[in-house]
Design a protein around this ligand. Structure first.
Ligand SMILES: Nc1ncnc2c1ncn2[C@@H]1O[C@H](COP(=O)(O)OP(=O)(O)OP(=O)(O)O)[C@@H](O)[C@H]1O
Ligand SMILES: [Mg+2]
Length: 288
């Protein structure tokens, strides 16, 4: 099994060289791969594969497509495995996120009590201001101390969710180069500390569906190790649903298909790896 992973990674050598931030140590023993705990989603990876520890993964989708709940479900799955998670919210306040988790009967209070979970709200404008101050103090564009300006110094997580890059980038509006510098520093910090991370990004049109416009925050795509896309689905009969796919995940084998996703009260996020969205002549759908 390990042999297979070596072969696959060798096959992608060119890609790894192009993206300077990716790691040569990509080949992991299979038990080192990270599972989200969302069974149907984990089943999209070929047997024995999962997320690489330290990966930076974009979680993209339109408004209300399930980005926040999907990431909270992953946090739940990882806390259950004893991993330490930090949820950095630039949108909803802590209490609301805790409430969302309680709706699915996830043991959020217990995780927090055990020191496995911290949910913290940040003000994106404060972050932009502190980056500004650090840059003018340093008189250089590369000396941002991400560690103290953004991360709680008393909490060392294995996994971080940033909800969302879209909110951070709008606080940097008109200063795109600053946003880019900030993102590069943030990625470097996470990479240096081996912190696996999900970076939520709201996109008005799913990025791989032929759109050519450049969105704010586009700079981060090239830095990411993986992209998970969530879709709002409109079926021809008029009903709505949701779907998910792994669009990209460097160095691992996964199924390339868009499958149904359900968010069910009291239960959580259910991904059906065998329910592939397809047009069968009678029934069609549109992805938004
Ligand atoms: N307890 C629940 N039970 C059933 N469905 C829920 C529950 N909580 C949320 N949902 C559904 O999940 C959907 C997605 O919510 P979520 O907040 O994750 O979307 P999002 O992509 O983060 O949206 P936004 O772009 O506004 O941040 C909601 O629109 C709602 O339909
Ligand atoms: Mg959200």
């Amino acid at each position: 099994m390990v042999k297979k992973a070596v072969k696959k990674t060798k096959g992608k050598k060119k890609q790894i060289v192009i993206h300077a931030s990716t790691k040569k140590e990509k080949v992991q023993p299979h038990e080192a791969y990270i599972k989200t705990g969302i069974a149907g989603f984990d089943a999209l990876f070929e047997k024995g594969y999962g997320l690489h520890p330290g990966d930076a993964v974009l979680v993209e989708g339109g408004p209300g497509s399930g980005k926040t709940i999907f990431c909270l479900a992953t946090v739940n799955g990882l806390c259950k495995q004893g991993k330490k998670c930090l949820y950095m919210s630039f949108e909803e306040p802590e209490v609301k996120l805790i409430d969302h988790m309680k709706h699915f009967n996830w043991e959020v209070d217990n995780y927090i009590k055990k020191g496995l979970l911290r949910i913290q709200r940040f003000d994106a404008l404060d972050v932009a201001r502190s980056v500004e101050a650090l840059l003018s103090a340093a008189k250089k564009e590369l000396l941002i101390d991400i560690d103290t300006s953004l991360f709680p110094s008393d909490f060392k997580p294995d996994f971080v969710v940033i909800d969302s890059l879209t909110s951070i980038s709008s606080a940097f509006s008109g200063q795109e180069s600053r946003f880019r510098i900030y993102m590069e520093q943030l990625f470097r910090y996470l990479e240096k500390n081996g912190i696996t991370n999900f970076l939520i990004r709201e996109v008005s049109t799913p990025s791989h569906m032929g759109s050519t416009f450049k969105e704010e925050g586009e700079a981060v795509s090239f830095l990411s190790d993986g992209i998970i896309v969530l879709y709002n689905v409109i079926y021809d009969k008029g009903n709505r649903g949701a779907a998910i796919e792994i669009l990209k995940m460097r160095g691992v084998n996964f199924s390339k298909k868009i499958v149904e996703l359900d968010i069910v009260d009291k239960k959580g996020v259910i991904v059906n790896p065998d329910k592939i969205l397809r047009r069968d002549g009678k029934a069609g759908f549109t992805l938004t």
